[in-house]
Design a protein around this ligand. Sequence first.
Ligand code: XMP
Ligand code: MG
Length: 176
Amino acid sequence: MPSYNKNIPVFLSEAEIKAKVKEIAAQITKEFGDEEITLIGTLKGSFVFLADLSRELTMPTRIEFLGVSSYGDQTHSSGEVKVTLDLTAPLNDKNVVLVEDIVDTGLTLSFVLEYLNARKPKKIKTASLLFKKVALKAKNLTIDYVGFEIPNRFVVGYGLDYAEHYRGLPYIGTLD
Ligand code: XMP
Ligand code: MG
């Protein structure tokens, strides 16, 4: 049986993540009540968080994905972002929750927020499961719903990869 996943030390357990996803869902519900929202996940890393979050929400939801990739090497983003997959529907007059796996320098989130705001949504809120506050470079960036503030370490699992590996790990582990 392949066992490469088993050697990754646990940083945030499945139970901790599950409880946090419920908390974030409650905050989103407090904000939007029964109004329809569009969840926009940035690919690829946010697909697991978005899937779990969407199942904790009870208002009508639309699901969109935005493919973004930052130029750079495996573990550092350069801040130059390109869109690799676009949305399938207009956002004007929609309530949007942008769903991010991790905010590191914040440069990706800044770019994506500007990109989405240009589509004139009614309201836009941002959720990120992980936030490396010490690494933040982008100015005036608000993350409305933060799961965990984490130190500046490289994490994998629960959607996050290292060279496309470990996305399916059910918990978040550290690689460094
Ligand atoms: P910025 O710096 O633009 O970066 O906020 C966000 C993107 O960088 C990647 N990233 C990570 N990916 N483990 C990962 O698997 C990490 O610890 C990590 N830190 C940053 C990720 O693609 C994210 O969307
Ligand atoms: Mg990545």
